[in-house]
Design a protein around this ligand. Structure first.
Ligand SMILES: Cc1cc2nc3c(=O)[nH]c(=O)nc-3n(C[C@H](O)[C@H](O)[C@H](O)COP(=O)(O)O)c2cc1C
Length: 160
């Protein structure tokens, strides 16, 4: 059975609504043969990453960057997960590879830097972006929740 790993930082009820939507979509009844594993970003480890076939990442925007929790996840797993570093210590672009990932980011006014920060790191992992980034500002309404469900379903369907 394929495994989809959901790594998220969901510190508020608003963000948890999005995360719940993503997880619900990934567990859609129509999708078969996919085990969905959900880990808070501060608890996920390299074993979780290496044993997964695809990834869904969720974070808040904080100070124009991803959350410290998701950054901690990358700091922890990056090299074991096949990430490449440049001589200056930045993530080396062109990781290549086929494992699909999706990303959602919640903020209150601007998620641009947070999205960029995640994509620059993931670009050095052997993963490939499989869905448009879901960026949500402010309160989470039905449209955002539907988009989150669709994101989860899209990644899971790719692995089924
Ligand atoms: C320390 C801190 C930094 C933040 N920085 C950003 C930011 O750069 N961009 C943004 O859109 N929102 C920012 N926010 C808002 C959070 O992203 C937002 O509070 C979080 O997604 C949870 O959403 P909620 O407050 O609506 O429940 C920040 C919040 C905090 C506490």
């Amino acid at each position: 059975m394929a495994r989809l790993l959901v790594v998220h930082h969901s510190p508020t009820a608003t963000v948890r609504t999005l995360t719940d939507g993503v997880v619900a979509g990934a567990n859609d009844d129509a999708i078969e043969g996919v085990e969905v594993v959900v880990r808070p970003a501060l608890e996920a480890n390299a074993g979780d990453v290496l044993s997964a076939d695809g990834y869904l990442l969720g974070t808040t925007a904080n100070f124009g960057y991803m959350s410290g929790a998701l950054k901690h996840f990358f700091d922890t797993i990056f090299l074991e997960a096949g990430g490449a570093l440049s001589d200056d210590g930045s993530a080396a672009p062109g990781g290549g590879g086929k494992k699909p990932f999706g990303l959602w980011v919640h903020g209150r006014y601007d998620t641009t830097g947070a999205v960029r920060s995640v994509l620059s790191i993931v670009g050095a992992l052997p993963w490939t972006q499989a869905a448009e980034v879901l960026e949500v500002l402010g309160d989470v309404g039905d449209d955002a929740r539907d988009s989150a469900y669709e994101l989860g379903g899209t990644l899971a369907a790719l692995l089924s």
